[in-house]
Design a binder for this molecule. Structure first.
Ligand SMILES: Nc1ncnc2c1ncn2[C@@H]1O[C@H](COP(=O)(O)OP(=O)(O)O)[C@@H](O)[C@H]1O
Ligand SMILES: [Mg+2]
Length: 288
C-alpha cells in the first residue's frame, strides 16, 4: 500500500526542478537519453476481462532498451494486470504482446522468462531460509533449464554460479552473498528479488511497485539501482511515489479504469489537460 501522501490521487505531482538533493533533482542531471529506436517490446490493443470487468482495455505500450517507461494510475487502474499480461502470469483476452519480433501473448510465464522478460512482484517472492547467493543460484538454475542442457555438469555449475554472482553484484548485494535472506532489511529483500530476476539474464524488466514500504534511504538506493539497470535493459516500472516517478521516467503512461488516459514524456503528461482534469480537478499543481 502506498502512503496517502505519495499516491497519484492526492495531488502530489511535483513541479519541475525540485529541492536540491531530492530524488528528482539528483536523477535529472544524469538521466541518459533514450537509447535504441526499435522497440524491444510493444503491445497492440492488449485487453483482459475478468467476467464483466475490463481490467486492461485496448492498451498499446512500447518499451525500448535504455528507457524507463513508468506506468501510473490509481488503485484498480489495471497496472498489475498489465504487468501480468506481459510476464505471462495471465493470458490476455485479446491483443498482442510483440517481443523481439514475435507475438508472445498467452505464452506461459516460464517460457516468457526464458525468452528474456523478468519481473518482480508486488509481494516479495524470495526463499527466506536461504542465503542471498542460494536464492540467486536457484533463480539462475530454475529459469533456464533448456539452455543449460548443453553444458557438462561442472561447466553448468560454474555457469550458474557466474550468473548468480553477476546478478548479486548488479543488484548491489555482492557484500551480502552469505546472509540468510530472512535477516536482510526490507529494502535489501527487494534488491534480492531484483537480483533473482537479473539471474535469468532478462532484456526487459517489469517492476511492480518496487519502492512499496521503503523509507527514504532505501527508496533512494532503489531509484539509483533502477537507473543503473536502465542502461542495458528496457524497464516498465509501476510506481506510486511521484518523486521517484519523475526522477526515473523517460516515458510516462497514465492508466485509468484499464485504459491509457495519456502517454508521453513526463513533461507532456504533466501538462496534459486530461491528466490535470482527472487527477487534479484542474488545479494548478503541475506548473513548471
Ligand atoms: N484475478 C483477478 N480476478 C478478478 N478481478 C481482478 C483480478 N485481478 C485484478 N482484478 C481486478 O482488475 C482491476 C485492476 O486491478 P489491478 O490490475 O490489480 O490494478 P492496479 O494494479 O492498477 O491497482 C481491479 O478492479 C481488480 O479488482
Ligand atoms: Mg497493482
Amino acid at each position: 500500500m502506498s502512503e496517502p501522501n505519495s499516491s497519484l490521487t492526492s495531488n502530489q505531482l511535483p513541479a519541475a526542478g525540485g529541492d536540491p538533493g531530492s530524488l528528482r533533482s539528483q536523477a535529472l542531471g544524469d538521466r541518459a537519453a533514450p537509447a535504441s529506436t526499435e522497440p524491444i517490446l510493444f503491445t497492440r490493443a492488449l485487453t483482459r476481462h475478468f467476467g464483466g470487468l475490463v481490467a486492461v482495455s485496448d492498451v498499446s505500450l512500447t518499451l525500448h532498451v535504455g528507457e524507463i517507461h513508468v506506468v501510473i494510475g490509481p488503485n484498480g487502474a489495471g497496472k498489475s494486470t498489465l504487468t501480468n499480461l506481459l510476464s505471462g502470469d495471465l493470458p490476455p483476452t485479446s491483443g498482442e504482446v510483440m517481443f523481439e519480433g514475435r507475438n508472445i501473448a498467452g505464452c506461459a510465464s516460464d517460457e516468457i522468462s526464458r525468452r528474456g522478460i523478468g519481473r518482480s512482484y508486488q509481494k516479495t517472492n524470495i526463499f527466506l531460509p536461504f542465503t542471498v547467493f542460494e536464492n540467486c543460484r536457484l533463480a539462475a538454475q530454475s529459469r533456464r533449464p533448456h539452455a543449460l542442457r548443453i553444458f557438462h555438469r561442472a561447466e553448468r555449475y560454474t555457469e550458474i554460479n557466474r550468473k548468480a554472482e553477476a546478478a548479486m553484484a548488479a543488484a548491489g548485494l555482492g557484500h551480502r552473498a552469505d546472509r540468510v535472506a530472512a535477516t536482510l532489511s526490507h529494502g535489501e529483500q527487494r534488491q534480492l528479488e531484483i537480483a533473482m530476476c537479473l539471474a535469468t539474464e532478462p532484456r526487459v524488466l517489469l517492476f511492480d511497485e518496487p519502492l512499496a514500504g521503503m523509507g527514504p534511504h532505501e527508496s533512494q538506493r532503489m531509484v539509483e539501482l533502477i537507473q543503473q539497470l536502465s542502461a542495458n535493459h528496457a524497464i516498465m516500472l509501476i510506481e506510486h511515489d511521484m518523486d521517484a516517478v519523475f526522477a526515473l521516467a523517460h516515458r510516462l503512461t497514465v492508466m485509468v479504469n484499464g485504459e491509457v488516459l495519456e502517454s508521453g514524456t513526463p513533461e507532456e503528461v504533466r501538462s496534459s489537460p486530461a491528466v490535470q482534469l482527472a487527477y487534479l480537478g484542474g488545479e494548478e499543481l503541475l506548473h513548471e
